[in-house]
Design a protein. Structure first.
Length: 383
């Protein structure tokens, strides 16, 4: 987004000289369905941003226009905050949690535009929360740490939007860094930025273009199955609080005591944590092939043990793995549709994109949107 042009657009709709903030979407490279088990995730910010231009008003109202939605919404900060099942809930939710922190907002005009694909599993929602959070804070000259704003964004999405998400999306949108992915411990929020060899590889994201309905009910089932696993495993390992506290070898000693389905679910989560840790070690040792193999193993585990993949995701992964220069391919995000993430040699990317798109279309009649990305900078003010 060009800052000057965006300010012109703002001035077309509102008055005042705005400040401009932006926050990226993300893709998770490995560590899937581990966040709510207190485990590890390894996302990177993608080069797609939600941009917000903001100018304070003094009337305790938010005037929010989304260019993507072609709609202007007014919200009264003194009225009872309640969700409207509308895109503005993400912004209103941020305003609401900030005010609950004792930050009294004056009101603001806000123009929003995003090139993060909306609803594709690349977290346009966190990009919207973090960019509008920074924008709202700027109207009081306030500052918060990235971690604090991420936690407030999660709270807004949990309590206001009603989506029971973990902390990953907001955290990476705040803390992303060029050429780095972010290894995050979802229990302690300790994190480490790990360099990716950006010259040799590209991260290619392929959208299945489907979203199967069972997503959210299955999500809740998985969470319950993991909790059940912890409960049973506690008989042998009394100290554990979450699956993250059990190593794969500890698990293998007692896994026969778990019902079949619970056993499979736990095996995925525990082995996925181990794969995430191994991925960091592999990258630090410069072993990118190994990282690709771990991504492949992650997909197989999500498909067979966690059972959150679907026909379209499996197909996209299969055709990707078949391409020369593809080091690893897996589903990313919650599953039952959404995107795959692929590690591809830079000089093979063009062929990869064409071949995968074509093969997927032949098999499904769907045209996959394909995005090539490098790890990008987190939320910031555009100056
Ligand atoms: P994802 O985060 O994977 O893109 P979600 O369903 O979590 O999907 O979030 C998408 C929702 O976020 C949209 O339906 C819309 O309500 C809101 N949203 C995201 N980006 C924008 C935008 N630029 N303008 C208005 N609303 C947006
Ligand atoms: Mg989202």
């Amino acid at each position: 987004m060009d800052r000057k042009q965006f300010i012109k657009k703002f001035e077309h709709h509102f008055s005042g000289e705005p400040r401009v903030f932006c926050a990226p979407g993300r893709v998770n490279l490995i560590g899937e369905h581990t966040d709510y088990n207190d485990g590890y995730v390894f996302p990177m910010a993608i080069g797609f941003y939600t941009t917000v231009a903001v100018f304070p008003t003094r009337d305790r109202k938010l005037y929010i226009r989304s260019e993507n939605m072609h709609e202007l919404i007014a919200i009264d900060l003194d009225a009872n905050a309640e969700k409207r099942h509308h895109w503005s809930d993400y912004v209103a939710g941020m305003a609401h949690v900030l005010e609950k922190e004792g930050i009294r907002l004056p009101g603001a005009s806000m123009l929003i535009e995003s090139d993060v694909p909306v609803g594709a599993g690349l977290s346009s929602s966190a990009a919207l929360e973090m960019s509008s959070g920074l924008a709202l804070l700027s109207t009081v000259g306030g500052e918060l740490t990235g971690e604090k704003l991420a936690l407030l964004g999660q709270k807004a999405e949990n309590q206001f939007v009603g989506m029971n998400c973990g902390i990953m999306d907001q955290f990476i949108s705040m803390h992303g860094k060029e050429n780095h992915a972010l290894f995050l411990d979802c229990r302690t929020l300790d994190y480490e930025l790990v360099p990716l060899p950006a010259e040799n590889i590209r991260i290619v994201i392929c959208n299945t273009m489907v979203k199967h309905e069972l997503g959210s009910s299955e999500y809740n089932k998985r969470r319950a199955e993991c909790e059940k696993g912890v409960e049973i495993l506690r008989a042998d390992y009394p100290g554990i609080r979450a699956l993250r506290d059990v190593s794969l070898s500890q698990f293998q000693k007692v896994q026969h005591k778990l019902p079949d389905v619970v056993q499979k679910r736990c095996r995925h989560v525990i082995s996925e944590d181990e794969r995430a840790l191994e991925s960091i070690a592999a990258l630090q040792a410069g072993d990118i092939e190994k990282f690709g193999q771990l991504m492949n193993a992650s997909h197989d585990s999500l498909r067979d043990d966690y059972e959150v993949s679907c026909l379209e995701l499996d197909l996209l992964v299969e055709v990707a793995r078949y391409q020369e220069g593809c080091l690893g391919a897996r589903m990313t995000g919650g599953g039952f549709g959404g995107c795959t993430v692929n590690l591809v040699a830079s000089d093979k990317v063009d062929v990869f994109v064409d071949a995968v798109g074509e093969a997927y279309q032949r098999a499904t009649n769907l045209k996959s949107d394909i995005y090539i990305s490098v790890p990008s900078r987190g939320a910031h003010e555009m100056r």
